[in-house]
Ligand binder design. Structure first.
Ligand SMILES: [Fe+2]
Ligand SMILES: [Fe+2]
Length: 134
């Protein structure tokens, strides 16, 4: 399993957002580790819950910030967040129904990690550049 590690190349330059991305990655790692280590369902469920809660808190922070600044890309950015909200909700539901499946392990190992890095680089950085200009 590959661990996610924040590094300077992921910095968007807004301290609060960068700090949240670091913590987001830790929650992601905890969930991935719990699954890889075949921890008990209740432990895995707990780490997934933390990941869900933190994701929601982080997305809400960004969306509130974009709304306050009247950012024109808000709707597009928000719809990307909504796609991940849906994906995560479905993954947790699948886990509750079926336990750890290879689909869940794969999603955690590759899809989610890639999504996060790509989103920060392509979507969050665009917004951060706008916010810093303002
Ligand atoms: Fe974002
Ligand atoms: Fe973000």
């Amino acid at each position: 399993m590959k661990r996610m590690q924040w590094n300077e190349s992921l910095a968007v330059g807004i301290e609060q957002i960068d700090n949240q991305h670091k913590i987001w990655m830790e929650h992601f790692n905890s969930a991935a580790e719990a699954i890889a280590a075949k921890q008990s369902p209740s432990q895995i469920s707990k780490t997934l819950g933390f990941l869900m809660d933190y994701t929601e808190m982080h997305f809400s922070t960004e969306e509130k910030y974009m709304t306050e600044l009247g950012y024109a890309g808000l709707q597009d950015h928000k719809s990307r967040h909504n796609e991940l909200r849906t994906t995560l909700t479905n993954l947790v539901k699948d886990f509750e129904d079926e336990g750890v499946t290879s689909k869940l392990a794969d999603a955690i190992d590759s899809f989610l990690g890639n999504w996060l890095v790509q989103h920060i680089n392509e979507v969050d950085k665009k917004f951060a550049a706008f916010a810093k200009k303002g």
